[in-house]
Design a protein around this ligand. Structure first.
Ligand SMILES: C[S+](C)CC[C@H](N)C(=O)O
Ligand SMILES: N[C@@H](CCS)C(=O)O
Ligand SMILES: [Zn+2]
Length: 359
């Protein structure tokens, strides 16, 4: 599987974890909007990253709430944490890098509290309902897209302008990615990617920087067929498929009603694990930093009833994005347990369908 450089493809690492979790990993829900629900003020260019300075205790509490709700994976508060963003606020590069590392440490602290002091291993020794003795509990370092840094909602349009080349995106993300990887997360979550160009930039960075932490690439979509920019989702997913550092590919911060079709499209171009974590179906208004009802969407986070269908279509990592909550994640975890108990859902064969065998 490797290329003689001691690195095996990342999909294999995730394969074992999905299997240990019972063929589906539960991802957490919103971090940013859940911090807001706890009183944090996100009316800021740094959005949730401002809480790394002002409210790390709330971040830790939200991580813990998701673990208690049944999440296997918690995602760090680094979505909009960038060296460039911190430095524009007058922080030194050293202080900025410390904050990036802190985002991973806070999640690791929450995990350590959850597993009652067993901070070394990525497992919980107990289960709320006693149904599983051990379950994987993982920390994913969030890397928000360049559009997140711009703070103009362009992670939902993919319109970065012509001057933003692949090289510019690589230069923007390079040091941030290295600092996050060096902090020792279990996974790296490239989230809310709106276009193919940024996926190509990430893919090249992972190789060039020899990042050995399994990554996922997760795209946004507004129409159920294309990434937010209009690039076909099949082309975007194919970029992720061809990168051996990528363990999983999927969709986040997208309306729940679009998810099923997108899974089917992605499945056509990859056998890697598919990750999905939709938002509430509401639309983000960057000017006011508020969420509004979209036509046909009522801001519901009650999409757990769809989880069986998504799993049947091929998703094996499922959670929630903006405006979802620990209650959403609890419902997802329950839906998956019920599916296990009923044993009615499609079970992809490990090593043949869900995971890449390519090098
Ligand atoms: C995931 S979006 C809701 C994050 C906030 C956005 N990048 C902004 O700053 O407006
Ligand atoms: N992990 C981020 C994604 C924003 S789209 C968050 O939940 O805040
Ligand atoms: Zn989101």
């Amino acid at each position: 599987m490797g290329r003689g450089d001691g690195y095996d493809d990342a999909a294999g690492a995730l394969r074992g974890l999905v299997r240990e979790a019972g063929e589906c990993l539960v991802l957490d829900g919103a971090l940013g909007t859940e911090l807001e629900a706890h009183g944090a003020d996100l009316q800021d260019e740094l959005w949730s990253a401002s809480c790394l300075v002002s409210a790390p205790h709330i971040i830790r509490k939200v991580h813990l709430d998701y673990l208690e709700a049944g999440a296997n994976i918690i995602t760090t508060a680094s979505y909009q944490a960038t060296l460039q963003g911190f430095q524009s606020r007058g922080l030194s590069s050293e202080q900025s890098e410390t904050l990036l590392r802190r985002s991973v440490e806070i999640a690791q602290e929450a995990r350590a509290i959850f597993v009652e002091g067993r901070s070394k291993g990525p497992y919980a020794g107990r289960e709320n309902d006693g149904s599983r003795e051990r379950r994987p509990v993982l920390v994913a370092a969030s890397v928000g897209s360049y559009g997140a840094y711009l703070a103009d909602g362009s992670e939902y349009t993919g319109d970065y302008g012509r001057s933003v080349t692949k090289e510019a995106l690589k230069n923007f993300h390079r040091r941030r990615l290295q600092v996050l990887a060096d902090a020792g997360p279990d996974l790296i979550a490239f989230e809310t990617i709106p276009n193919k160009l940024e996926a190509q930039a990430y893919s090249e960075l992972l190789e060039e920087n020899d990042i050995r932490i399994p990554a996922w690439f997760s795209f946004t979509s507004k129409d159920g067929a294309n990434a937010a920019s209009g690039d076909p989702i099949t082309e975007c997913a194919a970029v992720a498929d061809s990168c051996r550092r990528v363990a999983s590919v999927g969709i986040n911060c997208t309306a729940p009603g679009l998810i099923h079709g997108l899974i089917l499209s992605i499945r056509k171009v990859t056998s890697k694990a598919i990750v999905v974590y939709p938002n509430s179906g509401e639309t983000y208004v960057a000017e006011t930093k508020e969420w509004v009802d979209s036509a046909g969407a009522s801001g519901t986070t009650d999409f757990a009833s769809c989880v069986g269908k998504w799993r049947e279509a091929g998703a094996s990592v499922v959670g929630g994005c903006c405006r979802t909550s620990p209650a959403t994640v609890g419902a997802i975890a329950r839906a998956l347990r019920e599916a296990d108990a009923a044993d009615v859902f499609y079970r992809p064969k490990p090593c043949s369908l869900v995971f890449s065998q390519k090098s």
